[in-house]
Design a protein around this ligand. Sequence first.
Ligand code: WTA
Length: 653
Amino acid sequence: MSQSNIESVLHEARVFPANPQFAREARIGDESLAALHRRAESDPVGYWSDLARSEITWHKPFTQTLDDSAAPNYRWFADGELNVSYNCLDVHLAEHANRTAIIFEGEPGDTRRLTYRQLHAEVCLFANALKARGIRRGDRVVIYMPLVPEAVIAMQACARIGAIHSVVFGGFSAVSLKDRIEGAGARCVITADGGRRGGNIVELKAATDKALAEGCPTVESVFVLQRTGEPVPMQAGRDIWWHEAIVGLSDQCEPEWVDAEHPLFLLYTSGSTGRPKGIQHSSAGYLLGAKMTSRWVFDLRVDDVFWCTADVGWITGHSYVTYGPLAAAATIVMYEGAPTYPDGGRFWSLCERHGVTVFYTAPTAIRALMKLGEEIPAKYDLSKIRLLGSVGEPINPEAWMWYHRVIGQGRCPIVDTWWQTETGAIMISPIPGVTPTKPGSCTQPLPGIFADIVDDEGRSVTTPDAGGYLVIRKPWPSMLRTIWGDNERYLKTYWEKFQNKFYVAGDSAHRDADGYFWIMGRIDDVLNVAGHRLGTMEIESALVAHPRIAEAAVVGKQHEIKGESVFAFVVCRGARPTGDTRAFEKELRDWVTEQLGAIAKPDDIRFAENLPKTRSGKIMRRLLRAIARGEPITQDVSTLENPAIIDQLRGLG
Ligand code: WTA
């Protein structure tokens, strides 16, 4: 990668000091933040050790904080024993049993509340149901569900018995589901008859049946939640209704005490090459990261109503729906459906009706809602909201300002939180009562997180606004442990570039004169479409699996709402389709939807006789990106075998 590729282009000068009223009541003030930073810098291991002792309830305390003997396969608190579900539920029963844990609203408008006591009972019941089907510590369980309380219950139940969950986003196709079930070697799938989204039914059981019909020999049991009530076939011996599975079972379930390093979950995410990677997280280190950041970044207290809009199919839904806020004894809101169903006021109406105090969403949602006009949020009472958050992609200053002015009414701090599936928890973010914010910057690393920006040789980039690789210099407890079943790939993807010296995030970034971080985007072939990571290779493989496609190259194009959209250049077997190709384009879009899921569907498809390649045969992606974005071509194209294809790629020939 050349440095010019990652030169900074943003120039944003506005600064918003911390709101003094917020600061007075904040969990972390100026001085405590400075003290935490000092402690973390002078003794990073001692810093994490103190936190792990004070924040986690241990069944058996640990004696060694960090084991770096097999670095970069770090281990944290390794000889300690705990249970994550115990730390999210049981620890609150003495003081907060009757406090609301979950406020749920379905897309059709049905609502449900669960107190901590009720949630505890539901988790225990379902944990016993899993055990009754022979699921034990270390077994993998795939969860493919709508965003309903049972998704959280299923995850917590797995944690309770030491089973390793792998949640697959309900928007992924049967083919993706099958790949993930097989990758994890799951013994069990937990799904629902369907979920509701945008007025439609998402047929989860049908997709599960399809996945299982085509492989997945390890799956013995399928639990099916009744959500829509639509009839679905049940396979005798294999499939069991959730509500029948729990009949007659106890609502108490002794937690399975596991080692700190016991895998809590796998979560598949896209990389630049090959198949999605099963990111493996630990129990104690992960819990510590999710809990601490929930309390520090979201300033969560027991009387907060926290709504993180992410689906549990993504890491954000793991750390800030299922684990972090529950460990902090807060109340969470879960909403099953689409942000604009039945109209663009749904999010704001939910905030008003449920008294949301802290709201966390993605820039893509903010932009979509912004486009609908500020008259819509103006109709709702948003006065209870005290803090706003953003995650998943860089937020453009215009969307930041709208969020600040219209939703935050100028009063609420905004925390723009940078992190990844791999980091487990927020890494770079303002502390809301302290850090002055700048629209578009995630500001500065949290205490104990040694983020830096380095050049190709691994030297720290100190010139303000000069771009480089975003890296983390020291291990941290909630970091991924490995890639499931492929430690080589873990080493290669995250550590090899700088000889294991630091974790390479795969993002480029720059720092301004105040030391604020500005994330510029991925440096690998990963797209960020509506805050979701998609590997270009995955989409290319899906396209070439179509019988008429010989070759494909996928790049990202800027998109007003989604941030980036999928742009595919395609070479067909035989003659290049010309004239009206709309029907064939639709066929290809449907094909990709079927292979991967609707989020991976190309917005643009362009047919060419061949793809531009370097002499060594590498596809010239930078050229394709320029063409997709309608930018001038700066590459040397004189060596192309067939210069006429440039016009074809541009859609002119
Ligand atoms: C991007 C989501 C800019 C980044 C939690 C990262 C961001 C990828 C931000 C991880 C942010 C996430 N500002 N970019 N605040 N947050 N990203 O694994 O490119 O789904 O590497 O985790 O999203 O996406 P993932």
